[in-house]
Ligand binder design. Sequence first.
Ligand SMILES: *[C@@H]1O[C@H](CO)[C@@H](O)[C@H](O)[C@H]1NC(C)=O
Ligand SMILES: *[C@@H]1O[C@H](CO)[C@@H](O)[C@H](O)[C@H]1NC(C)=O
Ligand SMILES: *[C@@H]1O[C@H](CO)[C@@H](O)[C@H](O)[C@H]1NC(C)=O
Ligand SMILES: *[C@@H]1O[C@H](CO)[C@@H](O)[C@H](O)[C@H]1NC(C)=O
Ligand SMILES: *[C@@H]1O[C@H](CO)[C@@H](O)[C@H](O)[C@H]1NC(C)=O
Ligand SMILES: *[C@@H]1O[C@H](CO)[C@@H](O)[C@H](O)[C@H]1NC(C)=O
Ligand SMILES: *[C@@H]1O[C@H](CO)[C@@H](O)[C@H](O)[C@H]1NC(C)=O
Ligand SMILES: *[C@@H]1O[C@H](CO)[C@@H](O)[C@H](O)[C@H]1NC(C)=O
Ligand SMILES: *[C@@H]1O[C@H](CO)[C@@H](O)[C@H](O)[C@H]1NC(C)=O
Ligand SMILES: *[C@@H]1O[C@H](CO)[C@@H](O)[C@H](O)[C@H]1NC(C)=O
Ligand SMILES: *[C@@H]1O[C@H](CO)[C@@H](O)[C@H](O)[C@H]1NC(C)=O
Ligand SMILES: *[C@@H]1O[C@H](CO)[C@@H](O)[C@H](O)[C@H]1NC(C)=O
Length: 848
Amino acid sequence: MPFLSFLSIFLFGLLSSSQLVITQELSDQETLIAIREEFKISAWSVNTSDHCTWPGVSCSSNSSNNSMVESLDLSNHALQGNNITLISQLKSLNLIELEFLDLSFNNFGGSIPVELSKLENLRALNLSNNFLMGVIPDELDQGFKNLQDLQLFTNRLNGSIPLWVGNLTNLRVFTAYENDLTGFIPDKLGSLTELKLLNLHSNQLEGSIPESIFAMEKLESLVLTQNRLTGYIPRSIGKCKSLSSIRIGNNNLIGGIPKEIGNISSLTYFEANNNNLSGEIVMEFSKCPNLTLLNLASNGFSGTVPFEFGLLSNLQELIVSGNILFGEIPTSILKGKNLSKLDLSNNRFNGTIPQSICNTSRLQFLLLSHNAIRGQIPHEIGNCTKLLELQLDGNYLTGNIPPEIGKLDKLVSLDVSNNQLSGNIPVALKGMLSLIEVDFSNNRFNGPIPSFIPFQKSPNSSFLRNKGLCGEPLSVSCGVFSNSGGNSYHHKVSYRVVLAVIGSGLAVFASVTVVVLLFMMRERQEKAAAKDAGDKEDISDSPVILAGNVFVENLSQAVDFEAVAKATMKESNKLSVGTFSIIYKADMPSGMVLSVRKLRSMDKTVLNHRSKMIREVEKLSKLCHENLMRPIGFVLFEDIVLLLHHYFPNGTLSRFLHDDSTKKQDQWPSRLAIAVGVAEGLAFLHSVAIIHLDISSGNVVLDSDFKPLVGEVEISKLLDPSRGTASISAVAGSFGYIPPEYAYTMQVTAPGNVYSYGVVLLEILTSQLPVDEAFGEGIDLVKWVHTAPMRGETPEQILDARLSTVSFAWRKEMLAALKIALLCTDSTPAKRPKMKTVVEMLREITQT
Ligand SMILES: *[C@@H]1O[C@H](CO)[C@@H](O)[C@H](O)[C@H]1NC(C)=O
Ligand SMILES: *[C@@H]1O[C@H](CO)[C@@H](O)[C@H](O)[C@H]1NC(C)=O
Ligand SMILES: *[C@@H]1O[C@H](CO)[C@@H](O)[C@H](O)[C@H]1NC(C)=O
Ligand SMILES: *[C@@H]1O[C@H](CO)[C@@H](O)[C@H](O)[C@H]1NC(C)=O
Ligand SMILES: *[C@@H]1O[C@H](CO)[C@@H](O)[C@H](O)[C@H]1NC(C)=O
Ligand SMILES: *[C@@H]1O[C@H](CO)[C@@H](O)[C@H](O)[C@H]1NC(C)=O
Ligand SMILES: *[C@@H]1O[C@H](CO)[C@@H](O)[C@H](O)[C@H]1NC(C)=O
Ligand SMILES: *[C@@H]1O[C@H](CO)[C@@H](O)[C@H](O)[C@H]1NC(C)=O
Ligand SMILES: *[C@@H]1O[C@H](CO)[C@@H](O)[C@H](O)[C@H]1NC(C)=O
Ligand SMILES: *[C@@H]1O[C@H](CO)[C@@H](O)[C@H](O)[C@H]1NC(C)=O
Ligand SMILES: *[C@@H]1O[C@H](CO)[C@@H](O)[C@H](O)[C@H]1NC(C)=O
Ligand SMILES: *[C@@H]1O[C@H](CO)[C@@H](O)[C@H](O)[C@H]1NC(C)=O
């Protein structure tokens, strides 16, 4: 496979922003020529003498010496060879002044060459995401006196962490996660007084966490998750005043949490789940005012949740499941305005559910399963209007289901099984419009199961072992109450499937709001529900427009901001619902038709930085590529952001593929052209350093010629998590399109985009939905396709036979495209091709 040998190399110097500094006998040009020969860079034309015109080379704009190379970007040059020892030959290239060497995200194999130590002035070395093997060589300690950043993550390095790392007194960043490192964490690391980030997760490190580590006064983030660490959490932890993130879950640590934890006033995340920790949960956590996430799940903690936790006003997630805690549900914590997840499941809590359950908090997950909770479900549960998941199963709850639960219109999952609840299932539960999964089994319910599609679509096991339930999906008829199910409920997405797909990664890092965002897909626009009623009355009132603009000169007359705003108030104008926005059709009085995206107000930073947002949208409107959907304007009214686009009656790619009424145009060549177009749009985005947040067939629009336009680009720019404009809920996307690694890296990446694109390509090839119950439990489209050989199925059985059986030529092309889709959806991000390469590979299909 030729594309596996593609390398991308970034050679930058740090000196003044990005400079490659070469001051020895060789001229810059001679050096570049040597690099060209070394890596066989065909794009650097032998004929052109001015090396400053070579792709990826940019020279100083300082006119007094305009031949000095300022930066060198060798990424995506289809370079030959995948052997990092080649790099060692760079030593002869006089890069003695090189300060910044980034060889990450390539396919380099072999071991780390000791010659790298010749690069004595190196300040940053990044070898991450390659296939490097063997030990980290001891010889490297010769050079590297000035090293500040050393990144070695996601390789196949083994052996132990060399002691010389502890001698790099300027080191600020050290990462070696996702390798096979063994042995102890060297005590010597404690002398790295400048270190801010130490990330060694997912190795096989043993021994205890050295006390000395916490002598590093500047350490901000310590990640040791998923190793084999033993022993106690050292009391010295309290010395490390600047620590904000401590992740030590999935190890074999024992003992208690030292009270000194309260000395770390900047603590924001503390994850120590899946260890063998014990003792009481110390109240000293309450001295950390910024604590946002506390995850102590699956340990041996006993006692109660300290009352003082009520002081933690920033706490968003408290996860203490799988311990031996008891007592009342901590009401003090429920006062926290920011609490979104309370997971007390699998403990021995033996109080009642308090009436104050949602007086102030914005709970989204209330997980109380498998405890000894008594009493009734309070009517006040209806105040938990943000709730997405309510798990009360396996307790001693009695009484009726309060009809107020029907007010929880965002609820996705409701489990009250294995309790002693009685009475009817209230008809008011039909208000739970987002519901996907319910379980009422093993209680004392009787009477008819309300005729509500999510109920009738549930397995009958969700209603079994009750006193006297009847109606669908049970086979017990209610006689006169008999209700017939099924109208237009099309929910093919199984909640279980979805959770299984994303769940595996979450076990590694119980991340703050990844899941929340995944559920946002179902979330309605804030206030929309509350307003719906009101809107009907005052639809004639003029909305107060705060700001608006049309960037395209000749359209500004045709767009009426008030008409735009009003159009989004009518349910009948709704075209589709995406992860980040709801799309409406808006007819202008001028006759022009617009597509209007109403942003979900989940990220307030967008609104808080309104002028910045307007600038970004305006900039994006100038982003010119024929496969991108550009905004033509925006409207702000109240706290609502509307983005204006041209309206394309052909709808989305998703509709084109999955809605049978659109099949007229559906031929393989047009599908391939769409696949190429989408890939080109994304490759362009990557070339201008924009990572898309939500690639899916629903976010690709087809114009009147069925040319694809990638949409939702604005969101990627407005909520770019790497720029810190988004909240901690950094990772997003649509079900079935989310790359497996997002669940634990919490980073949106270009390889992640390639994965999502791969899913779209599979959709194009198979006509299957990305997630479908028909694949089986826990299996999505990607898994279904990747496991076809194991099931003894040929690729032909995967492809849409309506197209692949039309001609030999089509079949051959589809098979070639399938290969590309498989590469794109590889579970290892580093193995996925770059978007630009995908475009080239797809283009080759049509040419051969
Ligand atoms: C560059 O030189 C090669 C021969 O060395 C020649 O075949 C090619 O046409 C030249 N290209 C340009 C753009 O002059
Ligand atoms: C341009 O380069 C010269 C010599 O390398 C240096 O003295 C001068 O300060 C530079 N000017 C700017 C604007 O960088
Ligand atoms: C310009 O760069 C060359 C090497 O590329 C160097 O020999 C020369 O001294 C530089 N001139 C100035 C004015 O810096
Ligand atoms: C890398 O290249 C060197 C010299 O070119 C060769 O000796 C070595 O076997 C290669 N290693 C691998 C892993 O290909
Ligand atoms: C590699 O590491 C350096 C130093 O930490 C960092 O600046 C750079 O962004 C990294 N490269 C990539 C592609 O992440
Ligand atoms: C490290 O890996 C290499 C290559 O896979 C193997 O030969 C070597 O024995 C391993 N060393 C250790 C210490 O595990
Ligand atoms: C670390 O530095 C000390 C003193 O400079 C030196 O004696 C020792 O050999 C170095 N250790 C390693 C592993 O390089
Ligand atoms: C550190 O924590 C301990 C235990 O809670 C406490 O006794 C001590 O006063 C704290 N030290 C500082 C400087 O806050
Ligand atoms: C808490 O976080 C805020 C905002 O990041 C910061 O300004 C403040 O210093 C932090 N408080 C402590 C005690 O670290
Ligand atoms: C957990 O720690 C206790 C002592 O605190 C020990 O007896 C027990 O064997 C440990 N369990 C595991 C699974 O390591
Ligand atoms: C809850 O359990 C604890 C410990 O077993 C017990 O002391 C307490 O009385 C129980 N509380 C209630 C209300 O049952
Ligand atoms: C909470 O629920 C109760 C009972 O349903 C209701 O009377 C009360 O008004 C609600 N409070 C809030 C703040 O919504």
